[in-house]
Design a protein around this ligand. Structure first.
Ligand code: SF4
Length: 486
């Protein structure tokens, strides 16, 4: 049995079953698949780099990197007792089945200053909870904390500045202590529940919809769960729960639903898609030749280029399929930024050229509109050519949401869900890069010079281009099949 960690404890407070699953380390396919993705790898590496830079601010600090937790805990005890040691990194505390590591401990005249280093630029209550968790364990271990703070990424940081400028320390002594005292009430319960031989009886709640283990837990074996109902309110959820309804098809006909929710129920019950009478008409408003557009972007804590704030979302590439009519591809155009420099201007200029002056621009979401508007703001001299592009946009996602539903959508209209249903002969399975987060990470790795051989760099660029091109081709096919849908 693993020790209770921060992740286990904080999740167990929300759902004891989730805490149990995380502590027992039950095989969780979904998570292990995700763990291998480039995006997760990048996120972990970014966190590690931020931790490393934070430690550099205290040259006299000592890092505990012992192989086992018990060795680290032993060494921690020795260092805490040694008055000459002013700063400790990753001090480890193991107590009654609980474990924590304190990112930075600074000795004060009285007690210690506890710092939790975060890759976030935003101060959020959940981060204070993480700080409070470590404080709670240390309090149990008899270590006095006199102040506590979060070390966050400073939005003022720019490339080339010293590491001091990368961080901003935000004091959370009072609110973290308040949470420590609250958390202490759950010490025994969490230990008992998460350490039980069998999983505590899971209780369905609205939050289960976002639970990464839903499919392993309450969603297991259920095809049309009520959590798939769009915009299900807490009130309606509670009523359905009270009625004992778990599947959409079991919702009583008399139960009050919005038009959209009732349509989803009808589709599930009849096992048939719903097509609005306006679908064809709406699709026919497209002005040809039309351009199917998709952007990829990246966003990093430590900016990739000068004069850029942390977590600036930058477009890195686009793909455009130009069509003369529904499903009739005339041309494919694409652009991939030069990762060695900030190439947003070149991207914007090429975009203006490639989208020409007339014709609808089809997208899947409003993200492209936001990206074009951001470029117009960034380059005012291009704004009179960028802004008109947004007037030509047609959002396929909005059209699908308003005019089409298939029981196999299971409440989602994301292209990764709608494509296999509407265009079953097309997929992303053959691609090396097959999701936006991985594309974002791959570009960041290119910019950071993490691929060394020319062949490797070219392969990654090719994979990025293929992925983005697949997105716009998917839109072309979606449009085509929807148009032909009877
Ligand atoms: S699906 Fe719900 S009950 Fe199950 S672990 Fe997740 S949050 Fe808990």
């Amino acid at each position: 049995m693993k020790n209770v960690s921060k992740n286990v404890f904080l999740n167990a407070l929300v759902c004891p079953s989730l805490g149990w699953l995380l502590r027992s380390g039950e095989p969780i396919e979904q998570l292990s698949e995700e763990a291998q993705s480039l995006a997760v790898q990048f996120r972990i590496e970014q966190g590690t780099e931020i931790g490393r830079r934070a430690r550099q601010l205290y040259p006299n600090g000592i890092l505990l990197d012992e192989k086992t937790l018990s060795l680290a805990a032993e060494k921690t005890a020795t260092l805490l007792a040694d008055k000459r040691q002013a700063v400790i990194f990753e001090a480890t505390f193991l107590i009654n089945g609980y474990v924590t590591r304190a990112d930075i401990l600074r000795r004060k005249k009285k007690g210690w200053h506890l710092v939790e280093v975060k890759s976030s630029a935003n101060d959020k209550p959940e981060l204070v909870d993480e700080l409070a968790y470590t404080w709670m364990i240390m309090m149990r271990a008899g270590v006095e904390i006199s102040s506590a703070a979060l070390m966050l990424i400073s939005k003022e940081f720019r490339l080339g500045m010293p590491d001091e400028a990368l961080f901003v320390e935000v004091d959370h002594t009072d609110d973290a202590l308040a949470r420590v005292l609250e958390f202490a009430n759950y010490w025994n319960d969490v230990l008992k529940q998460t350490g039980a031989k069998t999983m505590p009886e899971p209780e369905l709640r609205l939050a289960c919809k976002k639970c990464p283990l839903f499919v392993e837990c309450l969603g297991k074996g259920i095809n049309n769960h009520i959590l798939e109902i769009p915009r299900l309110s807490q009130k309606k959820f509670d009523s359905l729960k009270e009625l004992g309804v778990v599947c959409i098809e079991d919702i009583p006909a008399t139960f009050e639903l919005t038009d959209n929710q009732a349509m989803v129920r009808a589709c599930v019950v009849k096992e048939q898609p719903w097509v609005s009478s306006q679908l064809r008409e709406t699709l026919d408003t497209v002005i040809w030749p039309a351009f199917y557009l998709d952007f990829e972007t990246t966003m990093t804590a430590i900016p990739l280029y000068p004069e850029m704030a942390p977590y600036t979302q930058i477009p890195t590439q686009y793909s455009i399929h130009k069509c003369s009519g529904v499903g009739k591809v005339m041309e494919h155009k694409e652009f991939l930024c030069d990762p060695s420099k900030d190439s947003r201007r070149e991207l914007a200029e090429n975009l203006i050229k490639d989208l020409e002056r007339r014709g609808s621009i089809l997208t899947y979401s409003t993200f492209e509109k936001t990206t074009i508007n951001n470029l117009a703001q960034l380059y005012p001299d291009l704004s009179d050519r960028l802004e008109p592009l947004t007037e030509r946009l047609v959002d396929l996602l909005a059209i699908i949401r308003q005019n089409f539903y298939h029981p196999d959508f299971h409440g989602s209209a994301s292209v990764k869900v709608t494509l296999p249903v509407i265009v079953p002969d097309m997929s992303y399975d053959d691609l090396e890069i097959a999701d936006g987060d991985s594309a974002s990470a791959a570009f960041a790795y290119l910019a950071l010079g993490r691929y060394h051989s020319k062949a490797e760099i070219e392969a990654v660029k090719k994979n990025l281009l293929e992925y983005c091109a697949r997105d716009t081709l998917a839109m072309v096919k979606l449009h085509d099949r929807l148009h032909a849908w009877e």
